[in-house]
Design a protein around this ligand. Structure first.
Ligand code: KIV
Ligand code: ZN
Length: 408
């Protein structure tokens, strides 16, 4: 059982969460994330990431695609045996051999799930599957039924849903729910949708699938047009209660929706969304660091939430405001995600920030001395752009000693 956290307490968040239901976080870093070009993880790294995801309190870990390789199978099996709190899920096409393999991999999990998928868009059915609509629907229904022989918790994904006919989507979702699917997933597989449009599609499914109450609505958005998080948020506003996402937004091509951005949007704007997650926010930054170290894929400096610059303030006016009250320029506290805020001294920095940084280093200046250090730091910054800690120490010592030696 988890409580929705506010910034200062662990009690339930004010607002009508009960009637709206909370959002489940389905992490697919180990499956779609590992499909990122250039990202490969060792077996041990996958287990460590799964443990980190468990401390992050995600609801579902999609640990891999067991039929894809022996390594994937072993990793899904090991994750199933390691974590206890989250649901562990294995991906499978709507094929008996995939489903059997997925079940072999997840059956030792405390909470196993089989996630099976087939494409429903005209372009995929015609050119990739070479199957008619009727055949796709029949196979989906039969394979959800087949999976149900092994496992109670079945997710069905209509691949390329955002480019599929909404009527066909509703028809296939109704049929797979009757066959036992407990979650139906609406993927924007190629990152083509726009937020209003995607929100409308989710609402259409919610309002036109007669047995929808028997399943949770999930979304899975890719970032080809940079809309993955925006589309996920629009989906939540229209009734989705599971979002599929990855740490640092890793994933096929331009990636998936980023877990940290979704979780922090829901937390920071909880009154707006009137729902939330059970994420343990303090683990967000450590999880991001771990995934970036293990995959070798660096996080863009100015990425929202976990980028190096996300809580860094350089402009003098901003630094002054921050020192007076951090809420002037920070809508989230870096400590919330397990990070500390940093003032970067550069050519735009003013006296207030310089004083604060110096005091943290043990130098206490005021009046003319402070003016002199600030001016000297600006001179160095003009040449070097940003001033390193050892430059600041050298400048401070210079002033203390009253000599004007050159600073390296
Ligand atoms: O992008 C996609 O459609 C997928 C499905 C397998 C859910 O990854
Ligand atoms: Zn995907």
């Amino acid at each position: 059982m988890c409580f929705l956290r506010t910034q200062t307490s662990v009690g339930p968040v004010a607002g009508n969460f009960k009637s709206h239901g909370r959002v489940r976080i389905f992490d697919t870093t180990l499956r779609d994330g590992e499909q990122s070009p250039g990202a490969t993880l060792t077996h041990g790294e996958k287990i460590e990431i799964a443990q980190k995801l468990e401390s992050l309190n995600v609801d579902v870990i999609e640990a891999g695609f067991p039929i894809a390789s022996q390594d994937d199978f072993k990793a899904v099996k090991a994750v199933s045996q390691t974590v206890r709190k989250p649901i562990v899920c294995g991906l499978a096409r709507t094929l008996e051999k995939d489903i059997e393999k997925a079940w072999q991999a997840v059956q030792s999990a405390k909470k196993p799930r089989i996630h099976t998928f087939i494409a429903t868009s005209q372009i995929h059915m015609k050119h990739k599957l070479k199957m008619s609509k009727a055949a796709v629907k029949k196979q989906a229904v039969e394979m959800v039924g087949f999976a149900k022989n092994f496992c109670e918790d079945i997710e069905f994904s209509a691949e390329d849903a955002s480019r599929s006919s909404p009527e066909f989507l509703c028809e296939i979702f109704e049929a797979v729910i009757n066959a036992g699917a407990t979650t139906i997933n609406i993927p924007d597989t190629v990152g083509y949708s726009q937020p209003n449009e995607f929100g409308r599609l989710v609402r259409h499914v919610k309002e036109n699938v007669p047995n929808i109450e028997a399943a949770a609505i999930s979304v899975h958005c890719h970032d080809d047009l940079g809309m993955a998080v925006a589309n996920s948020m629009a989906a939540i506003m229209n009734g989705a209660r599971q979002v599929e996402c990855t740490i640092n937004g890793l994933g096929e091509r331009a990636g998936n929706a980023s877990l940290e951005e979704i979780a922090m949007n829901l937390f920071t704007r909880k009154e707006f969304f009137e729902t939330g997650t059970c994420i343990n926010f303090k683990e967000i930054y450590p999880a991001s660091k771990m995934v970036s170290n293990f995959t070798g894929i660096a996080v863009q400096r100015n990425k929202a939430i976990v980028g190096e610059n996300a809580f860094a303030h350089e402009a003098g006016v901003h630094q002054h405001g921050m020192l007076a009250d951090s809420r002037t320029y920070e809508i989230m506290k870096p400590e919330t995600i397990g990070k500390i805020s940093k003032l970067v001294l550069g050519k735009h920095s003013g006296k207030h920030a310089t004083k604060a940084v110096l005091e943290e280093m043990g130098f206490f200046f005021s009046g003319e001395e402070l003016d002199a250090v600030t001016a000297r730091i600006k001179q160095v910054a003009d040449v070097k752009k940003s001033v390193r800690k050892r430059d600041i120490v050298a400048i401070a010592n210079e002033i203390v000693k009253g000599n004007k030696n050159e600073v390296i």
